[in-house]
Design a protein around this ligand. Sequence first.
Ligand SMILES: [Mg+2]
Length: 414
Amino acid sequence: MRKPTHPEKLYLDFDSFFASAEQQLNPSLQGRPVAVVPLDSPHTSVIAASREAKPLGIKTGTSVREAKEKCPEIVFIEARPDVYVKLHKRILETIERCVPITAVRSIDEVACTLLESEARQASDLAMRIKRSLRDDIGPVLTCSIGISLNELLAKIAAEMDKPDGFVLLDHADLPGRLLGLELRDLPGISKGMAARLSEAGVTDIAGLWALAPKHARAIWNSVEGERFVSALHGHAVEKPETVKRMFGHGRNLRPDWRAPEKVLQCARLLTLSAARRLRRSHYRAGALSYTVGTRRESRVTLEGRFRAARDDHTFLNCLNGLHEKFINTGEMRNVTTVTVALHELSSEVEASRDLFDTRENLKQRGQWERVSDVLDKIRGRHGSKALNLGPANGPGNYIGSKIAFGRIPSPEDF
Ligand SMILES: [Mg+2]
């Protein structure tokens, strides 16, 4: 494994991006506690809290009711995805004038690879980027920058001094500067992973640092564990960027799950699961295929197409249409296997630039995407079965009531 001679990665992450963006664009919001919400509803949750709201305990995932209790004067702003995407594009242009971007990790996070000459003047480079952003975009939308030996450490560094921070982590800083962090502060250490580490006797960064590669692999139950600890030690562990072709899931159906409406219910769950993985990997899909197999070992596939999408609503609507076609052509008899896959992948951000034709479409699509993102977040926090659009349980379990898909659902629908 390679040990870099200089800090070769820069990670840039905006502070409270959606909330800061709203404050940047609307001076009357500056200096006030602001929470961006996906829809104008008292039953939704905050997707971004401004720096004035955060010290009051309001953060991503806080319910609107709770936010109001904690801060009666808080201003709720309905998210404007079209505005953020435009801003995102301008931000990338500004950063690119300072340093080439290697990867766009999300709407407000990018990773860059530094030359040795740039790394030697890491602090100058970080200040130059911040100054350019201030000049081009404005002083309210600040970012935090981490520079280190690999992307994991650079990302950790970017988190260490928020907001408007800059942290450089070089070999000499390891592990010392990390020791004050909690395991859960590290990107990639979920609640579940922290529990597994704890079971293995690892409860702090020092313990994680001391893990032997084999042991890390065993705890993660994957080579990822070894990569993670090795990255923490400052090695350059480049993940081969796998070119993803599709996200798919399949199931064999038990006899009591072979009626057409049950097949559809199963296919919907498979679709939701594939869509979650798609979003997690920052892709959009332009096509969905629905395959059913019968006892006689024959399989039939139908495919539907749509504008590059990442929301559950688009995928489920497409699936419903394909299912109807299967019924009309008599293919829904004795189905024993079902597979759903999302194809024609494109990058989440690229596609969103010229995705929409009308404002109304944009609004609708944006709302469905936000609903999907919020559901993912809640599932991330409370487990994957916490919320679903449509039936919540798979074959063999109780099937919950379905939801009409003509409108944006509110949490009482679940
Ligand atoms: Mg951010």
